[in-house]
Design a protein around this ligand. Structure first.
Ligand SMILES: Cc1ncc(C[n+]2csc(CCOP(=O)(O)OP(=O)(O)O)c2C)c(N)n1
Ligand SMILES: [Mg+2]
Length: 577
């Protein structure tokens, strides 16, 4: 984040508080936004912001987020689009609690965030500015506020004295941005934020930099290449490859050159253009049986062992900046080789190592075989669409197809919904995000806003289930859209249920009481919720869509609103599982 190119100079701070200096440091170190949900702990920071406006000193742009979930989602979306981390600040322990779900997602998804919170003032009496002034300053104090987040951050620290502020900021940013990336937690007691900073000196630019990414070990690469060179049926499985958009071309080259099929499981990013001849869809399971070498590429769960698995003697190579996924407590996929490194670098090294090692005839026949498999797969997808086309309630595949017809190549799709991957064409990296990696629902609306604020020129289409929409704190999200002029299209896939919960119950008890009831308790919503009206409270355009034939026109009207600067929402009454 700090500019490595410039000679650092020491700057003496002549006046102001730690809060003033904190904002200055964040701006100087490349933090563009502070997504915030304030409380009594913020007083010195609010004062510092007002001062920065009056004096014209740099500070990250403050964005008022009326719910922490939206703030966390925005930081995730901003990072996904720009590769630059943002800061979030919330109110002491309670704001931290409300942010936890987002933090779990960010940690599992390796998304860096400078996550910060105030601390209840620690002095009851005395002269310190910032000391306790209200009743709330007793019950909100916790002995160890960071305890509740410590399992889902890379680092946490409480700023105890003015002198530590530069180091704390620089260290937080450097650790968050070092691979594997992830959120860090900085707590800021009110008295420390209010303390005088005069007399301190800081480095400009900073002297801390993220550690260089791990580079693939040539011995491990050679071992993996030897496995792949022997294989008749190698297979790549990925979920998160494409988080660094510039790496997509490296995978495309490798897959194409050696005819290695790429399958995505629960894709979180655009990993490979959908028209690439080695793009073999979104279900690796049918390929597992024949596979005689598997590359698990930035993928936490390549298959579900209780359901399916490759043959016992199939070698498995894991690739990623933490290929063992150390923070996961239990993860027992066979690991014959694990290559620590940024995946792009590892794939490039593998391509060099494999050069000339696979007989051309084998590559050619594999390419032919895969082309046929791919052709059959795409025909199945077309047949699925034909079947889905006229269905009422609307089939998600039909809606996806209609959206696909009109979306532009740079439009961003956020997926926290049953949108049908198979019906989506994606040609450009960085156009698809399904990044709630920890499974904490409610990130989509905020992430879409974060993506939009990061690049206002691009269209952002946020697709959410009706459950995910409600988890996402919709009114706060719609409020931010209006306040910050972030017009996105929200599509609510309203199947009037938590379909995933229903599906999972049926998997566990296929013929049980719940299945036989045909209306599983605790999974259905009463019909008739008018989500389209929710966006109207913030002057958005809302529409309910019930008939399949209405879908194309409804999308057209909604996108017209979005393109004119008005947020829009389609309440799509659709089929559940
Ligand atoms: C914060 C949170 N609470 C509960 C869950 C459990 N959960 C997983 S999927 C799901 C249902 C999602 O419903 P919806 O968004 O409507 O999508 P659908 O499955 O109906 O397509 C729930 C409740 C979760 N993942 N996260
Ligand atoms: Mg639903």
């Amino acid at each position: 984040m700090p500019d490595a190119g410039k000679e650092p100079v020491q700057q003496r701070i002549d006046s102001g508080t730690v809060a003033d200096l904190y904002l200055q440091l964040l701006a100087d170190r490349g933090i563009d936004y502070l997504f915030a949900n304030a409380g009594t702990d913020f007083a010195p920071l609010i004062e510092a912001y007002a001062k920065s406006v009056e004096k014209g000193t740099p500070a990250p742009k403050p964005i008022t987020c009326p719910h922490e979930n939206v703030a966390m989602g925005m930081a995730m979306g901003h990072y996904a689009v720009t590769g630059r981390m943002a800061a979030v600040m919330v109110h002491v322990n309670v704001g931290t609690a409300n942010s936890l779900c987002g933090l779990i997602n960010a940690f599992r998804g390796n998304l860096p965030i400078l996550f910060s919170a105030g601390r209840t003032p620690y002095t009851e009496n005395g002269e310190r500015v910032g000391r306790r002034t209200g009743e709330i300053h007793w019950p909100q104090e916790m002995r160890d506020q960071a305890a509740m987040v410590r399992e889902v951050v890379k680092w946490d620290y409480e700023l105890r004295a003015a002198e530590g502020v530069e180091t704390a900021v620089d260290r937080a940013l450097a650790i968050a941005m070092s691979e594997p990336r992830g959120p860090v937690y900085l707590t800021l007691p009110r008295e420390v934020l209010a303390a005088e900073a005069a007399g301190l000196t800081i480095s400009k630019p900073g002297r801390f930099h993220a550690a260089s990414p791990p580079y693939p070990d040539p011995t491990a690469v050679a071992k993996a290449a030897a496995i792949l060179a022997k294989a008749e049926n190698p297979l790549i499985i990925t979920s998160s490859f494409g988080v660094r958009p510039e790496e997509v071309a490296i995978l495309a080259d490798l897959a194409e050159k050696f005819a290695i099929p790429v399958t995505q499981r629960k894709p979180r990013y655009m990993s490979l253009p959908t028209d690439h001849p080695m793009h073999l869809g979104y279900n690796p399971d049918p390929f597992l049986d024949a596979a005689d070498a598997i590359v698990v590429l930035d993928c936490d769960v390549p298959w579900i062992p209780g359901k399916t698995a490759p043959k016992a003697d199939c070698p498995v190579i894991h690739v990623g900046s933490d290929p063992l996924m150390t923070p996961y407590p239990l993860r027992g996929f066979p690991t014959d080789v694990a290559i620590t490194g940024l995946s792009g670098a590892t794939l490039a090294a593998l391509a060099i190592e494999l050069h000339g090692k696979i007989p051309a005839a084998r590559i050619d026949s594999r390419r032919k075989r895969l082309a046929e498999t791919r052709q059959r797969q795409r025909e199945r997808w077309k047949a699925d669409l034909e079947k889905a086309k006229g269905e009422t309630p609307i089939h998600p595949a039909w809606f996806t197809h209609c959206l696909n017809q009109v979306k532009g190549p740079d439009d961003i799709i956020v997926k926290e919904s049953p949108i049908a991957w198979e019906q989506l064409d994606m040609s450009r990296p960085g156009t698809f995000f399904s990044i709630g990696a920890g499974g904490g629902l409610g990130w989509g609306l905020g992430t879409a806003l974060g993506a939009k604020i990061a690049d206002r020129k691009r269209r952002v289409i946020c697709t959410v289930g009706d459950g995910a929409y409600m988890f996402g704190n919709p009114i706060p999200a719609h409020y931010v859209a209006k306040a910050e002029k972030l017009a996105t299209l929200t599509v609510v896939f309203n199947n009037e249920m938590w379909g995933a919960v229903k599906r999972n119950t049926r998997e566990v008890y296929p013929t049980g009481f719940a299945a036989r009831s045909n209306r599983e308790p605790l999974t259905y919503f009463e019909p008739g919720t008018k989500f389209e009206r929710a966006i109207e409270v913030c002057d958005g355009y809302g529409e309910r869509v019930e008939k399949p034939a209405e879908v194309p026109k409804a999308i057209e009207r909604a996108l017209k609103a979005v393109d004119s600067g008005q947020p829009a929402l389609l309440n799509l009454i659709c089929r559940g599982p």
